[in-house]
Design a protein around this ligand. Structure first.
Ligand SMILES: Cc1cc2nc3c(=O)[nH]c(=O)nc-3n(C[C@H](O)[C@H](O)[C@H](O)COP(=O)(O)OP(=O)(O)OC[C@H]3O[C@@H](n4cnc5c(N)ncnc54)[C@H](O)[C@@H]3O)c2cc1C
Length: 405
């Protein structure tokens, strides 16, 4: 059986940042397990910039950013094993994996889960019609364009207007693909205002309050049926690009029967990034869909700090944890899900997202007493943070929003 002090599953920004930071802190025998042929995670196939301002103080394209992250981790002493898929998690922690030499087992003092996120498929989005070729997620398109150097379609429709939808738009532009329209079921573009200007600049119409109700074509996509303010109609297109609607890549955890938060679709963590299962930690977009590469990198470093303390036996006992209850229907998720009486750990803030536009006051209470409050005015898909108070009491915690009338 292979042995490691820290085994990291996933060589994306979060896993590589953690590996580099742990190595620089003097932790030995760090191994990063990556199922793809190259390290770097999602940015590896994002052909566009901007990546790297926070990490390298310069604007980089995705592939060069990914290479630099991997070089930094290896420079700090971590071993990155590519073409290596973790297939099962066990208590211990122990892992089952398949690599170039076949099936292996690995035992580690700590396992960091950094497996990222994935976009929902057509089936998960319940879009009807035939099953022709030419229906892709952004990740699949980017792989085809940047890794295989192919152009899967020329005039697709893009479904969604989250931040990643604009990454899709940039990829199309680089590949000479001219989207027919961006289709947004909601009343407004989901991404921040800056990104929303991009379709205007590229001459791509954004159809709001519109749904795709069917896909036309038998072998290839020939068009889509949409239903919007002007009623149902068909538009010609040779592809459908499904963007956003992320889910945490938590398949391994679900198979191992680990605790998942139905709100985030990822693991429940405490302020140290620890899971309920002894020896397991988590970081990056696995925690919640979906943040930028820079945020995931920062999350990897934060959890590395916690792991370094854990390896010396310095973290508080998990039994002292105080679960955070969400009491506002407008809060889609909040994490970390478990706080500690001693206040912030390595997660200094509660991060949350709302499910609809909200304005009012965000309130953290303990045992009925208000212990933190701040104004909130937020749209869905915008990050909201609330600093965790320096000291907490012992009672149950509740997060709520008092909405403006
Ligand atoms: C299509 C798409 C486009 C995006 N574009 C941008 C962008 O332009 N800018 C931006 O800032 N953010 C973008 N994002 C957000 C992106 O998720 C983050 O930038 C960042 O890559 C997340 O880092 P991570 O380390 O958490 O996960 P990831 O980068 O997703 O890395 C996770 C890694 O884990 C590996 N893995 C998963 N399961 C296993 C297993 N069982 N065994 C071994 N390895 C495994 C995966 O192969 C992957 O390499 C995009 C996301 C998507 C899905």
């Amino acid at each position: 059986m292979m042995q490691a002090d820290v085994a990291i599953i996933g060589a994306g920004p979060a896993g590589l940042a953690a590996a580099a930071h742990l190595g620089l802190m003097g932790v030995k025998n760090i191994v990063v397990l990556e199922r793809e042929a190259e390290p770097g995670g999602i940015p590896r196939h994002c052909g566009h910039s901007p990546f790297g301002m926070r990490e390298f103080r310069r604007v980089l394209g995705g592939a060069s950013y990914a290479r630099r992250l991997a070089a930094r981790a290896e420079g700090a002493g971590a071993r990155i094993l590519c073409n290596t898929t973790v297939t099962a998690l066990h208590p211990g922690p122990k892992l089952e994996l398949t690599g170039p030499d076949g099936a292996e087992r690995l035992s580690a003092r700590v396992v960091l889960l950094a497996t990222g996120t994935r976009e929902s498929s057509r089936v998960q989005r319940m879009i009807g019609g035939q099953k022709p070729g030419g229906i892709l997620t952004t990740g699949a398109l980017q792989g085809i364009v940047h890794l295989n150097h192919q152009r899967p379609f020329r005039r697709p429709v893009i479904l969604g207007t989250e931040l990643v939808s604009f990454s899709a738009l940039l990829t199309c532009r680089q590949a000479g693909i001219r989207p027919v329209a961006m289709i947004e079921p909601g009343a407004r573009v989901v991404a921040r205002a800056g990104a929303a200007v991009l379709p205007l600049l590229l001459g791509v119409p954004v159809l709001r309050e519109t749904r795709i109700t069917g896909i036309l074509g038998r072998d290839r996509v020939e068009g889509v049926v949409i239903d919007g303010p002007g009623g149902p109609r068909e538009i010609a297109a040779d592809g459908v690009l499904l963007t956003g609607a992320f889910r945490s890549e938590a398949t391994l955890m679900a198979a191992a029967g680990m605790v998942l938060d139905p709100r985030t679709t990822g693991p429940e963590i405490d302020v140290f990034g620890r899971l309920a299962e002894s020896g397991y930690f988590a970081a990056g977009n696995l925690l919640r869909p979906v943040e930028t590469a820079g945020m995931c990198w920062a999350s990897g470093r934060r959890v590395a700090d916690a792991i370094a303390v854990h390896l010396t036996g310095g973290l508080p006992c998990p039994a002292q944890g105080l679960p955070l209850r969400i009491d506002a229907p407008a809060i889609r998720y909040a994490l970390p899900q478990i706080l500690f009486p001693a206040g912030p750990g390595f997660h200094k803030t509660i991060q949350l997202r709302v499910s609809r536009p909200v304005s009012g006051e965000l309130r953290l209470s303990q045992g009925g007493d208000l212990i933190a409050r701040q104004p909130i005015r937020a749209l869905p898909e915008r990050r909201v943070t609330l600093p965790i108070p320096r000291k907490l009491g012992e009672g149950p915690l509740s997060l709520d929003i008092e909405e403006d009338a």
